[in-house]
Each structure stands twice: as C-alpha cells, then as structure tokens.
Design a protein around this ligand. Structure first.
Ligand code: GLN
Length: 270
C-alpha cells in the first residue's frame, strides 16, 4: 500500500484532516511528503498501525487519545483518557488570566481541576514570575499534569485536592478553573469523542452549575484582597455565572465570548 492509497482508504471512514494526521504519525512522513510523493510505499507495520488507528477513530475515539498528545497554544501536551482533550476555546481563559497577571507580578495562581494541566502549564510558561499550583481530584489526571509540566519545563506544583479541600487556608491572587459544566443528559455528551472522555470532567451530573457554585462559594476564602476568579462555562451559563459572582461579593462580574461568539469565560474580583 502507498501513502496515497492509505489516505484514500481512510477518508472513506474518517475526517480527512484526522486521516492525514494519523498517517503522518504512523508513517513518520510530513504533510509535504504526502503531497509530493504519494506513491511512496508504506511499510507493513506502519500500514497495520495506521489501519488500526483509523478503525479506532471511526469508532469515536478522539484523535488525541489515539496519538497520545494534543496541541494547546502551540505546545504539545500528553493526553490520556484520564483527562479531557484540550479545546481551543480554553485559550480564552488563559488569555484573560494573563491579562490580570500582567498587572500583579509576582502572583500566586491556583488552577482548580487542572486535568492535563494545559491552563496551569501555559500560565507558568507565559508568566514566569507566577507561582502556580494545580489541583485535581483525580490522581490519574494529576500524573498527566505533572508529566506535562515536567516535559515542558513549567514550574507547576500539583496537589491532589477536591476543589479547595486540601488547601488549608492558602491564598492566591488569581484562581482559574475549567470545571465540568455540561448538564446531566445534555445531548452534547453523546457527541463525537465525548463518550470516551472522563465524564467527571465534563458533567457535574446535575444542572451544569453545581461545580461553578462550589468554586465561586469557596473562592473568597482563598483569594487575596482584589484577587480575581476566572472560570470557563457553557454558552448559556454567562448570566447565571455573573449572578453567582455578584451574590458572593465579587465586583465587576463580566462574561466574555470565545472566538466562536459563545459566552465562555466569566469572572470578577474581590
Ligand atoms: N467545552 C467542552 C465541550 O463542550 C466541555 C468542557 C468542560 O466541561 N469543562 O465539550
């Protein structure tokens, strides 16, 4: 089988970009190789690997779990089924956090429910004066976050904690979170790849706002004066998020849409 034939066969079953990325990974070829020399033979082990991956992708497994990594803000992060696949819209949370950190250096930062660590590691690398603590309830997720911090050279402390439970009165200048915010039974949970992801990272099993309520309620006890809380949420949770923030004593509660125009991150400061 040639590279070109492998690609044509895969495209009958999966998205063309996914097919190309899997073929590049399985064969070690670049995009340019595939375009310039599609007649190059694919070695039997690489062909077998590729066809197996195409089957897995066709069965709904996310590409990131198959190849074991995904890009976020231009960096490659290890991912496994213990953590969510990084979403591009989460870059907004990092952008808004960095804007606040610029006016408060050096700052102490807390990332709640860090998962693969994309937010904590990006903040530590892009704001090197920040002292970043990442917590997660899942030991398997924390192992992935630790590995990502190590391989990308980010100074992030990773601690096992159910939201604020293990933090013993520690205070931070900025708290960020990408919590599970999809309501139980939301049809989105059956969408492409989502059934393979850790459900506890996607849904609170209730109305979608229960983790946001817990994060907002506990924030004041862990923020310094004037400290910011920023969190990601669903497209229809902006107003509810701002109401929770204001009711908990936060000032200047705001919501910002992502690049797709959906309300995505809300926040406020003490
Ligand atoms: N934005 C993700 C999705 O819609 C959900 C991420 C999350 O729950 N934190 O698939």
């Amino acid at each position: 089988m040639t590279l070109g034939e492998a690609l044509v066969a895969a495209r009958r079953k999966i998205d063309r970009l996914d097919a190309r990325l899997l073929l590049e990974c399985a064969s070690g070829c670049t995009h340019a190789d595939l375009l310039a020399r599609p007649e190059t033979p694919l070695a039997a082990p690489a062909a077998a690997q590729f066809l197996d991956w195409v089957e897995r992708r066709a069965n709904g497994e996310p590409l990131a779990y198959i190849v074991g990594e995904a890009a976020f803000r231009g960096r490659l992060f290890q991912v496994s089924p213990a953590v969510l696949v990084p979403r591009p819209e989460t870059e907004l949370l990092v952008d808004l956090a960095l804007a606040r950190l610029r006016t408060r250096e050096p700052a102490r930062v807390l990332d709640l429910g860090t998962g693969s660590g994309i937010v904590a590691v990006s903040l530590a690398l892009e704001c090197p004066t920040a002292e970043v603590l990442a917590v997660d309830l899942s030991p398997a997720a924390l192992a992935v976050a630790r590995n990502n911090a190590g391989r990308l050279g980010a100074a992030v402390r990773c601690v096992d904690s159910d939201w604020y439970a293990a933090l013993n009165g520690e205070r931070f200048d900025l708290i960020v979170a990408n919590p599970p915010y999809i309501a139980a039974g939301d049809p989105h949970l059956a969408g492409d790849g989502l059934p393979c992801e850790p459900q506890m990272a996607l849904t609170d099993g209730a109305d979608g706002l229960s983790c946001i309520r817990a994060i907002v309620a506990g924030a004041a006890a862990h923020l310094t004066g004037g400290g910011w809380l920023l969190f990601e949420h669903g497209y229809d949770q902006g107003a509810a998020s701002r109401n929770l923030l204001t009711a908990a004593g936060f000032q200047d509660a705001f919501t910002q849409p992502d690049l797709a125009g959906n309300d995505r991150v809300s926040g406020g400061h003490l």
